[in-house]
Design a protein around this ligand. Structure first.
Ligand code: NZQ
Length: 389
């Protein structure tokens, strides 16, 4: 196991009816809140009105930034920063899925610094230690894990880049997570969220650092639970426990605890971010289109771990089979799972052909090779994209 430091200051407030804790929590930090929302779901399910009622009860003013798109745009972050400055906002509340929460985080660091916020994403300016305005969230979709980490992923449509902000104080001060608010998530977004959860964990699980049995079992537990509950949520979208299990899986998948002491890969995530920047596809859909190809491409770098995954997660009987055969069966089962739940397993299903593969591969490896299980240079990435076509 390698050395690590783990800090996570987010207060998780989980369960049915927990929105009544919003007012008391907000009162600790501010008197004027920017509420950030997406394309309307929060209003359609009545959550926005409930939030406003909570704020009124605690004499907290608000201004609103709505219309954050999936794959949130830099323009909307600039608009949020402007609103905060105009209205003297002292707290930012993201209400929605990962896109909304990520936008709230970008606004939080943008307002507190007199420089172009995009420079934190390109790392022209180091975000570590930069001041931020406190933020919190009310989560409505189990997927990104953004509710309990400091990362934010923003798309700059002018430069065709989707980049991640990390290493700064953009942890939500609190996250209110009531699974009932996820009942209304459409089936395809529910499924893409489940894929994101599984792939995020596996990107931390597949690592060449030996002797991490606890981390391995935590990862396997989250993945197995997410898979079981994905099948269930398709049949019973309004089952509280199923939605609750998925919501908690999503948080634990990306608060980075399960990968501590290992060396996470994240190659597939960076490749998907490149796809998202060019084609604006749902993040989970992009991941499921390329992840099985990534697995096949890197498997030979750590066959024992791929075999362990196949046996423990998919309960494949290894008797009479070579390690490679078992490992490959685990990959096939992963791909079959994505297909069975209706998530794409090829780029073609997302209307993506080979037109931009050369440039995408070049751009995503510009800063150096991707990943850790196997270091992936431009030609490797190109091959994986091509395998996924
Ligand atoms: O915009 P609205 O109307 O809210 O609709 C959204 C959106 O269309 C809808 N939705 C969300 N909650 C709903 C709902 N519809 C009905 N009822 C509800 N309760 O779902 C659609 C997708 O929402 P989005 O927030 O885009 O999904 P997700 O949570 O998967 O977030 C995706 C974004 O997160 C980034 C991705 O790159 C992508 O930009 N990620 C962020 C991470 C992080 N911060 O740590 C890690 C992730 O792996 C990921 O990269």
């Amino acid at each position: 196991m390698i050395n690590f430091t783990y800090v996570n200051p987010t207060k998780v407030i989980f369960g049915k009816g927990t929105l009544d804790q919003l007012g008391p929590e907000l009162s600790k930090y501010g008197k004027r809140v920017l509420i950030v929302t997406g394309g309307g779901s929060v209003k359609r399910i009545g959550l926005f009105d409930s939030i406003v009622a909570e704020l009124d009860k605690h004499n907290i003013d608000y201004v609103e930034l709505s219309g954050i798109k999936p794959n949130p745009r830099l323009d909307s972050v600039y608009a949020g920063i402007e609103l905060c400055r105009q209205h003297g906002v002292d707290f930012i509340l993201g209400v929605g899925g990962g896109s909304v929460i990520d936008a709230a985080k970008a606004i939080s660091i943008g307002v507190a610094n007199e420089i172009d916020v995009w420079k934190f994403f390109t790392r022209e300016v180091e975000p570590a230690g930069a001041p931020t305005v406190p933020l919190g969230c009310v989560l409505t979709l189990a997927a990104s894990g953004s509710e309990m980490n400091a990362n934010a992923v923003i798309t700059n449509t002018e430069t065709v880049q989707k980049l991640v902000l990390y290493d700064c104080d953009t942890f939500p001060r609190f996250s209110i997570m009531d699974p009932e608010y996820t009942y209304s998530v459409p089936q395809h977004h529910t499924i893409y969220g489940c894929v994101d959860i599984v792939v995020q964990v596996l990107e931390q699980y597949f690592s060449n650092v030996p002797n991490t049995p606890l981390q391995d079992r935590i990862c396997e537990g989250i993945v197995k639970t997410a898979i079981e509950n994905t099948y269930e949520v398709i049949k019973k979208p309004e089952d509280y426990d199923v939605r609750a299990n998925l919501m908690w899986c999503g948080t634990l998948a990306c608060n980075f605890l399960c990968g501590m002491g290992k060396m996470a890969d994240w190659g597939t995530h960076h490749m998907e971010e490149e796809i998202g920047a060019w084609y604006d596809v749902s993040h989970g859909a992009g991941l499921s289109a390329i992840f099985p190809s990534w697995m096949r491409y890197v498997m030979d770098a750590n066959v024992p771990l791929f075999k362990q995954y196949a046996v423990r997660v998919w309960e494949i009987d290894p008797a009479g089979k070579s390690d490679e055969e078992v490992a490959r069966e685990g990959i096939d089962r992963t791909e079959a799972f994505f297909k069975e739940i209706g998530s794409p397993i090829s780029l073609g299903e997302l209307d993506i052909d080979d037109t931009n593969i050369e440039e995408m591969s070049q751009r995503v490896t510009k800063a150096g090779p991707l990943g850790n299980v196997k270091k992936l240079g431009k030609e490797d990435v190109k091959q994986i994209f091509t395998m996924a076509l």
